[in-house]
Design a binder for this molecule. Structure first.
Ligand code: GLY
Ligand code: MN
Ligand code: MN
Length: 457
């Protein structure tokens, strides 16, 4: 094993402001979103959103709590057992939060709660009630409204409660009670809003990307033959937590043939001299995700075959980024990647035929079997439609997508041995702007030579 200098992240030029605490997004940003939504909901509509439940990891131990993205998008409120209601035009306040009451004994165990007063004072709610009172209060809020905006199917228990509240009102219809007669999918409207990121959101995403760039830089410099994949994973966790970020998905750290398993997360194999290592790891910071992949030779030097495949994927990724511009449609970056990968695989002899024919027959799918990107935002695979009707959606400023072509050559016998077990993916997060693609994850080694010199540092 070669001796190496430690590559301290403190030496990196990318500066990251330290967070003063949670909830970095300004309270006004959340109010703006609620106002936009309420204009669409109208005075005879009501929108209802439940918080995410606490999820059990095993027996009585829970996972670290993560608020539902739609709920957080509109409230900035990160507590479980909460319900947000938007009732446009309501005289006693349009924005209502139901949340856990203060409880010194429980707070001693689980940490502090805002309580209804805290929801009013710190989260700009117009009206707030203890969650235990919701059965008494919510039916009254529904009574005067014709349309209920609600996302069915996300939380079965809450779906049931909504139906029970409406059913109870219907029983009283004969006494002149007015009941809602229309249910509208709230996610449809909300997810379209979430697809267009504001300046504050882009800056949150840039921060999540910067932290992940630092983590990749640290980890790539640490890779040596004989290490185990989990040791490299640990570099990411360390760097993420240093910046108050968490993983946005289970990191994929795959050496050799493991690089060809798209969602490989065991991360428990030894890194072998002569193999490639593919790392797909991103973080979540202030509820916004990054998602970055780099591929490197375990011993710090690409072989001729590894480099040839790497150059094909890199060319495809750069071409796809170039196509991530307003006015193009969602599929243009993918089409560009497919063309370059098909041409490249043909040139190195892994595909046989004319390029148009190979593309038409989707022959490339044996080696490139996923799409070139996905929306990214509060969720790593973010919300938003990719098609409008039957047509691919046009790219517009504020949309953010990953660009992540790959080539995976497994150990199949019909492939000459020298190409086997090469898996390469290169992934960045790219915002569509008025002035071209904005690579949020810039600053991370990407050219083959840059990767090699980072590994030699
Ligand atoms: N990390 C999951 C993906 O790239 O989509
Ligand atoms: Mn990824
Ligand atoms: Mn991705």
């Amino acid at each position: 094993m070669r001796q190496k200098k430690t590559h301290s992240p403190a030496n990196l030029s990318l500066s990251i402001e330290r967070a003063a605490g949670p909830n970095q997004m300004k309270i006004e940003e959340f109010s703006k979103r609620r106002r936009t939504l309420m204009r669409m909901v109208g005075d005879d509509g009501i929108a209802i959103l439940p918080s995410a439940p606490v999820r059990t990891r095993s027996r009585d131990v829970a996972y670290r709590y993560r608020q539902d993205s739609d709920f957080y998008y509109l409230t900035g409120f990160a507590e479980p057992d909460s319900v947000a209601v938007l009732a446009p035009g309501r005289a006693n306040g349009e924005y209502i939060i139901f949340c856990r009451d203060k409880d010194p004994l429980r707070e001693q165990w689980d940490g502090s709660r805002a309580g209804p007063n805290g929801a009013l004072e710190n989260f700009a709610a117009d009206d707030a009630f203890p969650i235990d009172d919701i059965d008494d209060i919510l039916p009254g809020l529904l009574e005067t409204r014709s349309r209920v905006y609600y996302t069915m199917g996300a939380y079965a228990d809450f779906d049931h409660r909504i139906t029970e509240w409406v059913k109870a009102l219907r029983h009283r219809e004969s006494s002149g009670i007015h009941t809602p007669h229309e249910f509208i999918a709230l996610d449809h409207i909300l997810h379209d809003m979430r697809l267009y990121k504001s300046r504050a959101e882009i800056s949150a995403m840039r921060k999540a990307a910067k932290i992940a760039v630092r983590a990749h830089t640290r980890a790539i410099a640490a890779v040596r033959p004989g290490m185990f994949e989990y040791e490299i994973e640990a570099e990411y966790i360390h760097e993420f937590r240093r910046h108050d970020a968490t993983i946005s998905y289970a990191p994929i750290v795959g050496g050799g043939v493991n690089a060809c398993t798209l969602h490989y997360v065991e991360n428990n194999a030894e890194l072998k001299d002569g193999d490639l290592l593919l790392i797909d790891a991103g973080c979540e910071c202030d509820y916004y995700a990054s998602d970055i992949t780099r591929t490197m030779p375990v011993n710090g030097r690409f072989t001729g075959e590894q480099r040839a495949v790497y150059e094909i994927v890199l060319e495809a990724q750069l071409a796809a980024i170039e196509k991530t511009v307003k006015g193009n449609h969602w599929n243009d970056p993918h089409d560009a990647a497919v063309r370059i990968i098909t041409k490249g695989l043909r040139k190195i002899g892994l595909l046989d035929g004319t390029v148009p024919r190979l593309i038409k027959d989707q022959a490339y799918q044996e080696f490139f079997m996923h799409r070139t990107g996905h929306w990214i935002g509060m969720d790593v695979h973010d919300v938003g439609d990719y098609k409008v009707g039957d047509e691919w959606r046009f790219l517009e400023p504020g949309m953010v997508t990953t660009v992540e072509p790959g080539v995976y050559i497994t150990g199949d016998s019909h492939i000459p041995r020298k190409w086997r077990n090469i898996g390469v993916r290169i992934e960045d997060d790219v915002a569509v702007t008025n002035s071209g693609p904005d690579v949020l994850s810039k600053g991370l080694a990407k050219e083959a030579d840059e990767i090699e010199s980072l590994m030699a540092s």
